[in-house]
Write a protein that binds this ligand. Structure first.
Ligand SMILES: *Cc1c(COP(=O)(O)O)cnc(C)c1O
Length: 370
């Protein structure tokens, strides 16, 4: 991570200090209330829990520091993505989404935006940076894509989108604002599932939209207030606590992922391994240019579904769960969800276990040969 990220990590841990008075709690309280004392409407302050709540505002202050942008928090990544899309599209608009990105974004677009007159086009991630976006209103990119880990050159995509007069939304979930900064590269909005690494303990769903365009932020806030997609105070408390250790966890997770990617790539049972931080990977060049490192996700194939499931069942240090970014390493066979991948395709999310212990457990669970 660069000095700028480390500086943000340090400031994040003390972000509340300037606003504290004598006797205030140092940690944000869980403000479980729907209503606030309101004898006068015009007097300022909080007034109703759908409009604003101190516990989410504490998380938004952390996220704003990380994104260096206004942030609006949501009860899940998908709630944030829906807000960004509904706030920036209208009838007759054309939206481009990745054909190989997080599948719920595609299903939402096809199932709920298309019926209202939005034309939804799916484009493979590897074609974004060279696409012709003429006639497109919103380009939605995800890099590296989940689960294929193809990287998009954000700067090149933004310049092509700008030439066509389109806005760009980036799903930055797989990288987090410490590893990749799409707003600095010209994107209009960032969306992210803080369910993953930012909260980091697999115990909460959360999301946010970040933008430096005040009009877009206002519209996203209006969407939240009117759709009612508001985070709860208990969830916000957990995310606030998780974000305090994000930089520390990521450092371990990404360093371990780089070690495991090398060792797995050399293993005779492992085929078609992808890790954006691995020299020679198709995503390596773009990743070096726009991200701090290759992240903490690795994907690879074992011979077939049965062998892949046996590996997952045998390895004591891999949780068999979906999702990623938690403290525990986890892995799953993505074909079980219908992703367009080989039957033996595994997505591995590297956790914070000491790396040699983790490698030994993975090595011992892998079949000897392919
Ligand atoms: C998980 C994920 C989401 C959705 O987040 P939820 O919190 O599960 O709603 C969106 N985009 C990507 C890339 C994800 O991995």
């Amino acid at each position: 991570m660069d000095d700028h990220s480390l500086n943000r990590a340090a400031r994040l841990l003390h972000h509340r200090k300037a606003g504290l008075s004598q006797g205030d709690p140092a940690v944000p309280p869980i403000t479980a209330t729907a209503t606030f004392h309101l004898p006068h409407v015009q007097a300022g302050g909080h007034f109703y829990g759908r409009n604003g709540l101190p516990t989410w505002e504490a998380v938004e202050a952390q996220l704003a520091l990380l994104e260096e942008a206004d942030c609006v928090s949501f009860p899940s990544g998908m709630a944030a993505i829906a807000a960004a899309l509904f706030a920036s599209l209208k009838q007759g608009a054309r939206l481009v989404v990745p054909a190989d990105g997080y599948y719920v974004t595609r299903v939402l677009s096809q199932g709920f935006l298309a019926p209202f007159g939005v034309t939804v086009t799916e484009l493979p991630t590897r074609n974004f940076a060279t696409a012709d976006f003429t006639g497109v209103d919103v380009v939605y990119l995800e890099t590296p894509s989940n689960p294929g880990l193809d990287a998009v050159d954000i700067t090149a995509t933004v310049s092509r989108a700008r030439a066509a007069g389109a806005r760009v939304i980036a799903d930055n979930t797989t990288m987090t604002p410490y590893l990749q900064r799409p707003l600095d590269l010209g994107c209009d909005m960032v969306v992210a599932a803080d369910t993953k690494a930012p909260s980091g303990h697999s115990d909460v769903l959360f999301g946010h939209v970040a933008s430096r365009d005040p009009a877009l932020v206002a519209r996203v806030r209006d969407w939240r207030r009117m759709s009612g997609a508001i985070p709860g105070p208990f969830e916000a408390f957990l995310v606030h606590r998780g974000l305090e250790t994000l930089e520390l966890r990521l450092s371990r997770m990404c360093a371990s992922a780089a070690v495991l990617a090398d060792r797995l790539a050399a293993h005779p049972a492992v085929k078609n391994l992808r890790y954006p931080g691995l020299k020679g990977d198709r995503s390596y060049g773009v990743t070096c240019a726009q991200a701090a490192n290759g992240g903490f996700l690795i994907v690879f194939e074992l011979a077939d579904a049965e062998i892949a499931e046996a590996f997952l069942a045998r390895c004591p240090l891999l949780e068999q769960t979906t999702s990623f970014g938690g403290t525990h390493s986890s892995a799953e066979r993505r074909a079980r969800w219908g992703d367009a991948v080989a039957e033996g395709f595994i997505r591995l999310s590297v956790g914070i276990e000491p790396v040699d212990e983790l490698w030994a457990a993975i090595r011992d669970a892998l079949p000897a040969q392919g």
